[in-house]
Design a protein around this ligand. Structure first.
Ligand code: GLU
Length: 418
């Protein structure tokens, strides 16, 4: 199989484009074929070098390496002109007020055997002789795509459903050039959870945003592979090897697929938990440009769904955080200062000062005061982290260390006693 990913650099790489790239990549890898990257940059106004870079960056981050290219469609212009001349010479096209039109048999129809949608018929009554070159000589999009697919010896065109209506025109150009068109497969639309076309409203919409939000490329590959395809009815977690092995166009659905960032979060959380702690530490230390995060990672890993969550959960271990007024108001009511004072004493004397030792000491306080565990743990949590969201309290205290914990409790007590 020779497949291609042919993004237009008029914007960043969106999730829909990433899925198209992934499916093409899986087909190339699974069949021992090649993936060609072609940048469809003929819209000179809207195509920018920055967008090209962003798209390449997005593909690299997703680890979808291509075998040939990136080729610039604009640079194939001489080939497009040649094809237009040939169509004119062979009588398949004619000039009309300077523009060039392809002859379309008004009685006929073009039948596309789509690998996903089956036979799709396009009666020519709806097509008419169409323009393949403007009066300034510049080729039209459908001509450029058809000629490039031919030149690049593409065997399977796999792309979004929004291009289905272009297909008969591309097929007609190829037939007029005397060649058989490639196979076509049009992927289902992507929707948000509200069943509207996927957009920014639904959360991260570009690959860059997914990266910045702290998703792992392997989790993103797994999740977007499932947007319109499944190995079977039930399997959710698939390694990249399993995807390469198992992916096929005949299990791609016709119906629209829903991108739900909450599901991706959940899936990413599982990928994060499966990382070796050393590896996760390395990733987070690089992300935050900070060393010495191993112990914080150790206690946050279980609770994180994205890399971004790490900082929310563990910033207090690295740096003292201001008290969150809302959290403070909730847990520092009547008697909280006394309970915190009791917790302080137990932490001061906990021996040994490790997770188990801290737990024993704090549970002793709960018992002695005859209160619910959270009546002791929540004020303590706010004292050390500033908020009520943190990793396990015993782990947090143990990692923070005795001295720092006591200091922070003292600051909280001071504030409580005003
Ligand atoms: N350049 C088109 C796009 O970005 C894709 C064209 C194709 O795959 O044939 O939507």
């Amino acid at each position: 199989m020779r497949v291609r990913f042919a993004p237009s650099p008029t914007g960043v790489l969106h999730i829909g484009g990433a899925r198209t790239a992934l499916y093409n990549w899986l087909l190339a890898r699974g069949s021992g074929g090649e993936l060609v990257l072609r940048i469809e940059d003929t819209d000179r106004e809207r195509s920018t070098p920055e967008n090209v870079e962003q798209i390449l960056d997005g593909l690299r981050w997703l680890e979808l390496e291509w075998d040939e290219g990136p080729f610039s469609q604009a640079e194939q212009l001489p080939r497009h002109h040649e094809a237009i001349e040939r169509l004119l010479d062979d009588g398949h096209a004619y000039r009309d007020e300077g523009a060039v039109r392809l002859r379309v048999d008004p009685e006929g129809e073009t039948v596309v055997q789509d690998e996903i949608r089956g036979e799709v018929r396009f009666p020519h009554s709806g097509i008419k002789d169409f323009v393949v070159a403007r009066s300034d000589g510049s080729p039209l999009y459908n001509l450029a795509v058809a000629v490039d697919d031919l030149d690049m010896q593409i065997t399977h065109v796999v792309r979004g459903e929004d291009h289905l209506s272009n297909t008969p025109r591309q097929v007609m150009v190829l037939k007029a050039l005397g060649v058989d068109p490639p196979a076509y497969a049009h992927l289902p639309l992507l929707l948000g959870p509200d069943n509207k076309k996927l957009s920014k409203r639904h959360g991260a919409a570009s690959v860059q945003e997914l990266r910045d939000s702290g998703y792992l490329p392997e989790a993103v590959r797994n999740y977007i592979a499932l947007l319109g395809w499944g190995l079977d009815e039930t399997t959710t977690f698939l390694s990249t090897e399993q995807l390469v092995e198992g992916f096929s166009l005949d299990r791609v659905t016709k119906s629209a697929a829903v991108f739900d960032e909450q599901k991706l979060r959940w899936m990413n959380g599982r990928y994060l938990r499966e990382l070796a702690p050393e590896r996760l530490t390395e990733i987070l230390e690089e992300r935050h440009g900070q060393a010495g995060l191993a112990s914080a990672v150790g206690i946050a890993q279980e609770k994180m769904q994205t890399l971004e969550d790490f900082w929310t959960l563990a910033a207090f271990l690295v740096e003292r955080q201001p008290f969150d007024d809302k959290a403070w108001g909730k847990v520092m009511g009547d008697g909280a200062a006394e309970r915190l004072e009791a917790a302080r004493e137990s932490i001061e004397t906990a021996d040994p000062f490790d997770i188990a030792g801290v737990e024993r000491a704090l549970r002793g306080v709960v018992e002695r005061l005859g209160v619910k565990p959270k009546e002791v743990f929540q004020p303590l949590r706010v004292a050390i982290s500033g908020t009520t969201v943190s990793p396990g309290i015993f782990e947090s205290v143990a990692v923070l260390g005795r001295e720092e914990t006591l200091d922070r409790i003292d600051a909280a007590l001071e504030r409580a006693r005003g």
